[in-house]
Design a protein around this ligand. Structure first.
Ligand SMILES: [Zn+2]
Length: 287
């Protein structure tokens, strides 16, 4: 896997990407799913291919690792693959329904027969059960202490008792009543709404790595996980020339984000707030 190289669509047209390596890729995904004890549609294909170790283990073909959508023709090729798959899926489902049709009637009859056979058993259950329950309740009335359970060779009938209790059938209505008549039993769960939080906490973008050009002509790469304070035109100590220079161009290499108060004060850790860095998402729609 040393010489990984991305191949454009044109280079692969000769390799007929839809046949050989595509089949191998499917086999690799299946092996990976079997090893993980899951089904093939639960395999993270991008993750499997991106990780050399897992790709090697599953036997992902070389071409599948190199191939990428790079331009409109290759995007159209991939979209065509999705479209073919959707069409084929529909065909298979229709075929399966056609195949099942002759059996549908028979399966319905089997179900009807089963229900018929079960009916007397259900009646027995219901009738005998209610008789036994009634008997056990009567027996308990005779001796509340000793007859809580009626034990017999084939089983036992247990009885339990409960006192009349108040129940809530409409939470909103009872809250309304309690607010006026028993305000101390109304529980209020403390809660912070995201919209309100965003009024008080905002996001600060920190440059954590940058390439800076100095007035002495030197170019330095500098980084700090807590953020760099780089103001163009300010004084900057050049480590190469060992003298003061002025900061010229700043080229951002890495950024990170942190939650801050609206006045820019950093927030302590562990307050349950973080920054979602956002990003761009894409969704495929077949037309
Ligand atoms: Zn310098």
């Amino acid at each position: 896997m040393a010489d990984t190289q991305l191949v454009a669509f044109d280079d692969l047209e000769d390799e007929t990407p839809d046949d050989e390596w595509f089949r191998e890729l499917l086999g690799a995904a299946q092996r990976w799913a079997d090893a993980a004890g899951t089904s093939v549609d639960h395999v993270d294909m991008a993750g499997l291919i991106a990780n050399d170790e897992s790709a090697d283990a599953a036997g992902v073909p070389e071409a599948a690792r190199r191939w990428q959508v790079l331009d409109r023709p290759s995007a159209e090729w991939a979209l065509g693959k999705l479209r073919d798959a959707a069409t084929r899926q529909l065909q298979l489902e229709v075929e399966a329904q056609t195949m099942a049709a002759p059996y549908t009637l028979r399966i319905d009859r089997i179900h009807a027969w089963l229900q018929g056979e079960l009916a007397p058993l259900r009646v027995t259950e219901a009738f005998m059960g209610s008789q036994l329950e009634r008997y056990a309740i009567e027996r308990r009335k005779e001796d509340e202490k000793r007859n809580k359970t009626t034990k017999l060779p084939s089983g036992e009938v247990r009885t339990t008792s409960s006192a009349p209790r108040v129940v809530i059938v409409d939470q909103a209505a009872v809250v309304q009543w309690a607010e006026r008549n028993a305000p101390d039993i109304v529980r209020r769960e403390p809660k912070v709404l995201l919209g309100d939080l965003r009024q008080r906490v905002s996001v600060e973008r920190l440059i954590t790595a940058a390439r800076v050009t100095l007035s002495c002509g030197c170019v330095h790469e500098t980084s700090s996980p807590s953020g760099l304070d780089l103001v163009v035109g300010s004084e900057y100590h050049c480590e190469t020339c060992a003298e003061a220079a002025l900061l010229g161009r700043v080229e951002t290499l890495a950024v990170s984000y942190r939650p801050v108060t609206v006045t820019g004060e950093p927030l302590p850790l562990g307050i349950g707030v973080d920054v979602d860095p956002g990003g761009v998402d894409a969704k495929v729609v077949l037309t």
